[in-house]
Design a protein around this ligand. Sequence first.
Ligand SMILES: Cc1cc2nc3c(=O)[nH]c(=O)nc-3n(C[C@H](O)[C@H](O)[C@H](O)COP(=O)(O)OP(=O)(O)OC[C@H]3O[C@@H](n4cnc5c(N)ncnc54)[C@H](O)[C@@H]3O)c2cc1C
Length: 331
Amino acid sequence: MTGDPTPPIDTAGLAGDIARRLGVRVEQHAPLARSTTMRVGGPADLLATVRNAFELRGLVRFARSRGLPIFVLGRGSNVVISDLGVRGLVIQVKAEQTRIDGVRYHAAAGVPMARAATETQKAGLTGLEFGLAIPGTVGGAIWGNAGAHGADVAGVLESADLLSPDGVESTVDAAELGFGYRESRLKHPAASGGRELVVGGTFRLEPAPPDAIRAALDEIRHWRQAHQPLGLPSAGSVFRNPAEGAAAGQRIEHAGLKGFSIGGASVSEKHANFIIADRTATAADVRALADHVRATILASDGIDLQFEIEFVGDWTGWPWPAPERGGSTPA
Ligand SMILES: Cc1cc2nc3c(=O)[nH]c(=O)nc-3n(C[C@H](O)[C@H](O)[C@H](O)COP(=O)(O)OP(=O)(O)OC[C@H]3O[C@@H](n4cnc5c(N)ncnc54)[C@H](O)[C@@H]3O)c2cc1C
């Protein structure tokens, strides 16, 4: 979570410098809600979209040389951007190069996980089917060791190409990435000496008949349609499942919170661990609701649920006063 108020920056000057030096177009005061699946939140001071590792490296080095804070966004499917927006430079990674080499699948950080799943299916390689359930990128999936249907990134990733905070690239063995349940060393920049970015990943898969893999993909597709509020703005599971006992969603449902809403944010009727946002929702509504759910489960179950979603941008002074926002349960 980022929260430090940063002094105003010369957005026009910086955008011009980036365009001149790197040829990357940068938007000033760019709305970010449209770049996330939750569809809430304010603007980025600067937003750049990169299409390859060269541009990403160039921007990271530029930002470092100017002391400009950066935040990297994939598909924005695991984040809630503050209504106050994000200070500094947001880099959206849309590098989508892929290559198949025997049983290895190389994918740039911006490749959608769903595409990784279907592309490897067609090539007769099994292991990435769970990617169909994840509406994010390879970079975001490696960052959080995304997983579904009994599989995760850690189980198939061989190595990742990382960019250090000073813009130096290296290939790191998956065993060195500190993977655990929705965990990696990338989530803990202080411990690994600064925020590292994912440039790409190499997955080691196994040969299998494409038809059998397609059947597994169909099953995942049907399961998701039946159990998740697809098509409605959300950021996936709000909370991690506790190490023991009932899953977060079961606890939230049991506490009677399905359908409970604050402002334009409500607990999904279909999956209690999802918060969905309507057109009027603000990021503050989403966060206030998530805090309310967390406090309720702490009181009812004695379990302090941990967030799986990430609150990004300027949340200085949270919780903000919002007396008009009270919560309500559907009739
Ligand atoms: C409907 C729905 C269903 C979902 N189901 C699942 C599920 O079954 N399992 C699951 O694990 N998740 C699930 N998610 C959550 C989400 O899709 C995953 O966490 C996904 O991996 C996030 O990828 P992203 O590209 O959207 O990352 P973003 O949301 O853009 O970013 C998330 C974090 O990753 C970091 N990041 C992104 N790209 C990079 C990069 N190149 N280098 C370094 N850091 C980077 C960002 O800085 C940020 O901190 C679901 C989400 C939705 C909306």
